[in-house]
Design a protein around this ligand. Sequence first.
Ligand code: ADP
Ligand code: MG
Length: 381
Amino acid sequence: GGIRMMMPLQPDATIGIIGAGQLGKMLAQSAQKMGYRIATYDPNPKACAFPVSNWHQVGSFDDEESLIDFSKKVDVVTYEFENINAQILKTLHSEVNLPQGTDLLLTSQDRVLEKKWLNEMSVATAPFWEIRSFEDLEAALIESGFPAILKTTRFGYDGKGQIVIYNQEQLSDDRDSLAQMLQSACILEGYCAFDKEVSVMVARDQYGTIETFPISRNIHRKGILFSSQVPAELSSTAEEKIQKIAKKIAKKANLIGVLGIEFFLLSKGEVVVNEVAPRPHNSGHYTIEACNVSQFDQHILAVSGHKLSPIKLLKPALMFNILGQDVKHVSHIWEKYPEAVVHLYQKGEAKKNRKMGHLTFVDNYFEKYDSLRKNLENSNE
Ligand code: ADP
Ligand code: MG
């Protein structure tokens, strides 16, 4: 869609957020601090952003009529949920104020489109093959070698919808689960034997200003973000490459708001983009305590038509996610680490691997938290 300039929203204007999970909640809290009203939309009547919204609407993400109705009652619309269907987005874009537009969202919803788009702007990704059938998979594996990762092209998150294929035998051993996945369009990715995983949050406003948050070094467990550390302690060449790629992507995308970019750093110094998420990102939660302006603040500034705030890192930070199985440790954490800034999202049932909260340490002494790291690594049901 075209670029439409907007006047900065006046105090008391209402920002509508599609999706009312923890990202919606933290966006809402940030917007309210700036004097805006917040409306949220989610199919889950117990969505955790509802209690902090000025008003909310329960409705399906596939219900065009309900989404349009919601969007017409607010002054500007943004989203924290990525899987809104293309047709509904197009209608929304033409009928309501959606400064983020639809192009970037539509591209990032689909792992194949996303990688093609990145490669077209000369940004490296893992090698990939589009997979529609078992025959496609067998043929692609000959080129990729083992291990390789089969993913659904759409709707994956927190490592869901992915199978690592280690060897030929697995094709018959896991035939049922592979066949199940192949019911949907899939992508096979060559395995990136990375040294480090890092991410960067990049923000852009309607005036074309681009700001990047400090790069965070991330550790995932079973495909789910476990910890983020800032500074990421990279070489200055790696830092520069990453910043440059982030700015290039933000510009090419005509980004308005924030975008999370996940990277693999390979041993030879090669920088590969894993994926992008056109919204606040789990690895950027540290910005709430460690920066002068958070990823949520920047997003709200951009979508409400303001200029971005120049970013400063005030303190190093270490963030751990609190998953369902970790909730039982929280009272001990409060007790033993009074300096921990604990966030609990009030999502209800503490299901295994469900993101229930996170905690941030703003401190230089990361080693001090090694035993906590081990506890969290080992926590089960
Ligand atoms: P999600 O949408 O669930 O975040 P990702 O594609 O980011 O999916 O995969 C989750 C994690 O799995 C990554 O952060 C990384 O640790 C691992 N992973 C994914 N793709 C690859 C790959 N091609 N090579 C190596 N590791 C990968
Ligand atoms: Mg990811």
